[in-house]
Design a protein around this ligand. Sequence first.
Ligand code: 6LW
Length: 581
Amino acid sequence: MKRIRLSLLLAILLLAGTASAKIKTTKAHAVRTVTTDLKAVNGATNTYANPIIPGFNPDPSICKVGKDYYLVTSSFEYFPGVPVYHSTDLVNWKMIGHVLDRPSQLNLDSAKSSGGIYAPCIRYNKGTFYMVTTLTKGAGDFICTATNPAGPWSEPHFIKDAPGIDPDLFFDDNGKVYMSGTAVPAHKQWSHHNAIWTQEIDLEKWELVGEKKINCDAGDYNSTINPLKAGSVKNISSMEGPHIYKKDSTYYFTCSIGGTGQNHAFIILRSKNVFGPWEMNPNNPILTHRDLPTNHPITATGHADLVQIQNGNWAIVYLGKRAIQDGNLLPRFILGRETFMSTVDWSGEWPIVNTKGLVGRSELVQVKPNLPEAPAVDKSYLMEDFNGVKLHPQWTFLRTPRTEWWSLTDRKGFLRLKLRPEMIHQIANPSLVSKRQEHADFTVTTKMDFKPTGENEEAGIVIINQMNCYLKYTVKLENKDLVLKVSMRDSKTSADSVLAQVPVRKGNLYLKMDVKGLIYSFSYSVNGVKWKSLNQDNDLSDTQFVYGYRFTGPMVGMYASSNGKSSNTYVDFDNFYYTNQ
Ligand code: 6LW
């Protein structure tokens, strides 16, 4: 009762703060009050739904080759790394592979949760695709190349003396190539004061050449950022995600400020020189939600990349977070940072985001870009029967697998996982095969054939936010009895806590997990027809599960472990069906 009262009070305060907050736009666009209306305000019918790539897909970068668009996102401690998506209409996207799909390319052995691979940037030049990113707490920035973005990509070319994160590559029309990244300024003026360095790079020798310059220093522009709300960041904290573009013989520099949360904002500057000095767009930020109520359906919009589409139009891809719409008065963002898209009008001096909707804002429903409609992407891979000989690219591992502990051929039509001592809460590569959770409301079912012989051997379904924040729905052999249990670790505890359990028999068992926002329900069956409920309506609102990730997002999949002991046992999954409600 107390919690409801508190959230009610907070909600009243939040709604009171929903007074229309005006954002400054160019004269060409009437200033409009911001509402939380989710429909494209002009009632257009040719609309699409954001996010364009749902689930854990942050820090998008995009490039265009002919009629094709390719987009990459951050992948952190998950392997393969840096997923590559393809589209021809910017609305329908298909995962076509990963840049880092070989252990030789990506050593994540010591990556902690939200460590590993940070923001990537993809660019195309004269027949070659380039992807540059950062292996944090490791060898730093590196570039891979490919002639086919679906792969294979090259081994990494590590770039010496490339500090910071969020590297960018810019191919100038004079043949020079420049690399940029985040930097610590010579004289920090406030705690999160940082800058962006730029230096020419020789892509034959894979080394930086010439002088490295601080190309954009937040401290030089602090006073011209029009704070969009009282209390907004006084200084341009955390200048990140830089990109340089050239349009009509003018260089444009973009970056995000405010950090990847509520204060995130995307700004653009211009100059006649690739090293500035840069003129600030008077209407910055051109994309932000930092002045909107915290219960707005989308927040944290930023870390953007611009792309020219066709007939002079542009578009922008960026990360954002969706609040789950479960009627709760407090916003909860459980899907991590996803990839959103908006159209951009750059017919004038400066680009303007979403001129066909709420200018400078992201909306869940927006007017489509002016591109030939592409067919909807075949999502049948969500209903996986494991009849192939290779895992679909949606399936990922936690850190780099050093042995093939999984097989699609040992038992045709089944995914076989070997039980190994490694466990989710360790910095290791456990027997875990998972995919991105893409919806707030979804159901997963699996048919599992598991005959454990050793104590503590377990297998089943998991949802993992990070190594100390996960939910397991597994069959486990304990004291010679086989039990089906729901257990979780939510980073507040240092051990798994059991939510429910029931004795079961060895052999085939169907498991079902129904998720509605933060309400989880578990049932099981011996024949896939008659289901018994194990545990209904588990409300995880009061657990770290709500916030249990930093940069990643929830992954759902199949898990097996002998929990620290050696084992010769394995588990066979006949299928894994993910359906959104
Ligand atoms: C990304 C950087 C950031 O590299 O978070 O908060 C990092 N800002 O732009 C990981 O997404």
